[in-house]
Write a protein that binds this ligand. Structure first.
Ligand SMILES: Cc1cc2nc3c(=O)[nH]c(=O)nc-3n(C[C@H](O)[C@H](O)[C@H](O)COP(=O)(O)OP(=O)(O)OC[C@H]3O[C@@H](n4cnc5c(N)ncnc54)[C@H](O)[C@@H]3O)c2cc1C
Length: 401
C-alpha cells in the first residue's frame, strides 16, 4: 500500500486545485473521490458555461466571516487565479456584471484542462472512494472507505457542502470533521429558488428584468436587480438567488419573508401613473390583454391588468408585485450551502487546521458562501490553491523525488 505525501478528499473545484498546487511542489498526491469521476459539479456550473471568477471579487460579496475571506483573497488574489488558469491553458473572458467564464464558454473546457494538468503532474485519482473515516496515525493519517484505505502524511478535506446532492455533496462528509471535534455552524440552503404563495400559473417560464426586494416581517432587507424567472412553484433567477440566503435565514427563525418585484424599476411610481393614464386615453380601443403589452411582456401585462383596472392600481402593482415566500426549494435545488465547518478552525493564509497540524479544510465545506456570479468558485480555487501550496511546500527542494 502506498504512502502519499498529500491526500485530497473530494475531487471538486477546490480539491482539484489543491491537488495541482501540492503536486506542482513535488508532493506525491492523490485525490479520493466518491463519485465515478471527478469534477461532476464543475460541468453543471454557470448553466454549462462555468462562471468561474468575478472581476469584482471582494469579501463584501460573501457571508460568514468576511474578515477571513478578505485575508484569503489577499494571499491568493484574483490576479493569481487568472494566472493559474493561464498556466493550464485556459483563457478567460469577462461578460456582464464582472462575471468571468472560460473564453470557450464551455464548462467542459475547465474540467478538461484541469484534468490534463493533474495527469501531467502524475496526480493519482481514486474514484468510487468515499472516505468514511479518517484516523491519525504515527506517520500521518489513514483514510478509510468501504473499498479499502490509503495512508498520507497530510490530508486536505475538500468535500463540499450539503447543496446539490446529485453531485455527491449530501452533507455526510461534515461528520468526518465534527467527529474529530471540529466546530460546525448550522447549514441551510443558499442560491436557491423560492416557493411562493399564489404565483400565477400563467406566468410559468416567463423571464423579465426587474428589481427584487426582500422584506422580512415588513422590514426591507436587501434589493437586487436582474432577470427574474416565474415558475410553476414560485420565483427564480439570479436576483432571487441573491435574496435566497436571507430568506432561508428568516424561514429558520419562523419570520415572514416577502419578495416585492418592481417590474419597471426605471420609471418612478408617479411617472408611471401618469404614463398609464395617458395611455388609457390615447389607446382606449386596446384589448385588455394588450393594454400593457409593449411596456411589459404580454403575459405579465395581462396578469397585471386582470388584477388592477385603474392606472393608479396598475402602477402600484407593477412597482410592488408581491409574493409571500412559503419555503425555499431546499438543498436538492440549491447551488451552495450556507453554514458549515467554522472558519475559526483554520488559518486564512493556508487553510490548515489550528488544532491538527497537516490537516486542511477548503471550499464550500467551510462556513463561507458567496453571491451568485462566480464568487463561490473563486473561493474554492483560492482556498484549494493556498492549502495545496502549503501542504506541498516541504517537498519543493527535495531532489530525491
Ligand atoms: C448547479 C450549480 C451551478 C453552480 N454554478 C456556479 C457558478 O457558475 N459559479 C460559481 O462560482 N459557483 C457555482 N456553483 C457553486 C460551486 O459549484 C461550488 O460552490 C463549488 O463547486 C464548491 O467547490 P468545492 O470544491 O468546495 O466542493 P464541490 O465542488 O462540491 O466538490 C466536493 C467533492 O467532494 C466529493 N465528496 C464529498 N464527500 C466525499 C467523501 N466522503 N469522500 C470522497 N469524496 C467526497 C463530492 O463528490 C464532490 O465531488 C454552482 C453550484 C451548482 C450546484
Amino acid at each position: 500500500m502506498s504512502l502519499y505525501d498529500v491526500a485530497v478528499i473530494g475531487g471538486g473545484a477546490s480539491g482539484i486545485t489543491a491537488a495541482i498546487f501540492a503536486a506542482r511542489c513535488g508532493a506525491k498526491t492523490v485525490i479520493l473521490e466518491k463519485n465515478a469521476r471527478i469534477g461532476k459539479k464543475i460541468l453543471a456550473t454557470g448553466n454549462g458555461r462555468c462562471n468561474l471568477l468575478n472581476a469584482n471579487l471582494s469579501e463584501d460579496r460573501f457571508y460568514g466571516d468576511r474578515e477571513f475571506v478578505k485575508k484569503a483573497f489577499y494571499n491568493f488574489p484574483l490576479s493569481d487565479m487568472l494566472s493559474f488558469f493561464e498556466s493550464i491553458g485556459l483563457p478567460c473572458t469577462e461578460l456582464e456584471n464582472g462575471k468571468m467564464y472560460p473564453k470557450s464558454l464551455q464548462a467542459t473546457s475547465v474540467l478538461d484542462l484541469l484534468r490534463e494538468e493533474l495527469s501531467r503532474l502524475g496526480v493519482e485519482i481514486l474514484t468510487d472512494f468515499e472516505v468514511k473515516s479518517a484516523e491519525k496515525t504515527k506517520n500521518g493519517f489513514k483514510l478509510i472507505s468501504s473499498n479499502g484505505f490509503i495512508s498520507a502524511k497530510k490530508m486536505i478535506f475538500a468535500c463540499g457542502g450539503a447543496a446539490a446532492p446529485q453531485f455527491g455533496t449530501d452533507g455526510s462528509a461534515y461528520k468526518l470533521l465534527t467527529s474529530m471535534g471540529f466546530k460546525m455552524k448550522k447549514t441551510f440552503p443558499a442560491l436557491v429558488q423560492l416557493q411562493t404563495e399564489n404565483t400565477p400559473k400563467a406566468l410559468a417560464g416567463l423571464k423579465t428584468d426587474a428589481a427584487a426586494t426582500l422584506f422580512v416581517n415588513g422590514k426591507k432587507i436587501k434589493s437586487t436587480f436582474g432577470e427574474v424567472l416565474f415558475t410553476n412553484y414560485g420565483i427564480s433567477g439570479p436576483p432571487i438567488f441573491d435574496l435566497s440566503r436571507q430568506v432561508s435565514e428568516a424561514l429558520e427563525k419562523v419570520d415572514t419573508p416577502e419578495i416585492s418585484i418592481d417590474l419597471l424599476s426605471d420609471i418612478p411610481y408617479h411617472e408611471l401613473t401618469e404614463l398609464l393614464s395617458a395611455r388609457q386615453k390615447q389607446f382606449s380601443y386596446l384589448k385588455p390583454e394588450n393594454f400593457l403589452n409593449g411596456l411589459l411582456p404580454k403575459k405579465l401585462g395581462a396578469e397585471i391588468y386582470k388584477r388592477a383596472k385603474t392606472p393608479r392600481d396598475m402602477a402600484q402593482l407593477i412597482k410592488n408585485f408581491k409574493f409571500k415566500v412559503i419555503k425555499t426549494m431546499g438543498f436538492k435545488n440549491a447551488q451552495v450551502t450556507a453554514g458549515g465547518i467554522c472558519t475559526c478552525e483554520v488559518l486564512p493564509e493556508t487553510f490548515m487546521s489550528k488544532k491538527q497540524k497537516d490537516l486542511y479544510i477548503t471550499g464550500e465545506m467551510l462556513d463561507i458562501d458567496g453571491d451568485c456570479g462566480g464568487f463561490n468558485l473563486s473561493f474554492a480555487w483560492c482556498s484549494g490553491a493556498l492549502a495545496g501550496q502549503d501542504a506541498g511546500c516541504e517537498y519543493k527542494n527535495d531532489k530525491s523525488r
